[in-house]
Design a protein. Structure first.
Length: 255
């Protein structure tokens, strides 16, 4: 599939290469001319923080939107949604999505991978005729985290077939779907790990994504606080956190 990845920042650059590693023909698009020039001439602009795996073919990049979308069968938006006041701004997503819809072939698909505010998710996806597929990654580990997703979420507005999301991300090798509110996939190759793919409305998926982020942040802060108090008590903080992680109701991740 011919894909355009919109936004080549610390996540988008590695996302573009990950999608190309799946067998897609990927073109990167960014409005920063110097950034795109560096990528085309020197490759990874974030090599200090994260290296691409060996053998990954370089993804070309353009700044001309007409060239970016001319032959695209699908576009993946991974542009900033900064916090403004008490919400995440959708201005960049809407602007990029409207440009994509104006320039892409009429039958091309649009996917949003940026984190969305639940209050805007439904209207954005409906207005842009887009599917919401949030990703769960750590900066510095983007490529490897994309390879090791434990579950997949798809926010689907009415009237859109979410199978396109499975086709783009090639999740699990699944190739089917039951309905909007159930797990996808009833034709999976043997030996592929069974990882759930969950469809719901875009607001529900956006809320779940933010809840996961907030819970993770709280857990890290809690683990740091436990370690600090253990040290103050004269205890070994590493051993305390290790024991905490052995508790079945807590688990070892981020403790």
């Amino acid at each position: 599939m011919r894909l355009t990845v919109v936004g080549l920042g610390k996540v988008g650059f590695f996302l573009a290469h990950y999608l190309q590693s799946l067998g897609h023909e990927v073109l990167g698009y960014d409005t920063n001319e110097r950034h795109v020039e560096y990528i085309n001439h020197f490759g990874n602009p974030y090599s200090v923080a994260e290296q691409l795996p060996q053998g990954i073919r370089p993804v070309g990049a353009v700044t001309d939107p007409s060239k970016a979308y001319e032959h695209a069968e699908a576009a993946v938006l991974i542009v900033p949604t900064p916090q403004v006041g008490d919400r995440l701004s959708s201005a960049c997503i809407r602007k990029a999505g409207e440009e994509a819809r104006r320039l892409m072939p009429r039958d091309a698909h649009l996917l949003i991978a940026s984190t969305l505010d639940p209050r805007d998710a439904a209207s954005l996806c409906e207005d842009l005729n887009a599917v919401y597929t949030p990703i769960f990654i750590r900066l510095g580990c983007v490529f490897s985290d994309l390879q090791d997703q434990k579950y997949f979420l798809i926010g689907v507005p009415p009237g859109i077939n979410p199978v396109v999301a499975v086709s783009v991300w090639k999740w699990n090798g699944w190739v089917g779907i039951k309905d909007r509110n159930s797990y996808l996939g009833f034709a999976k190759p043997a030996g592929v790990p069974d990882r759930p793919i969950i469809c719901a409305d875009p607001a529900t998926i956006a809320c779940a994504k933010l809840a996961i982020n907030a819970t993770l942040s709280s857990r890290i802060a809690w683990a740091n606080d436990v370690a600090m108090r253990a040290k103050a008590f004269g205890a070994d903080p590493d051993v305390v956190c290790k024991i905490l992680g052995m508790a079945p109701r807590i688990g070892p991740a981020y403790s």
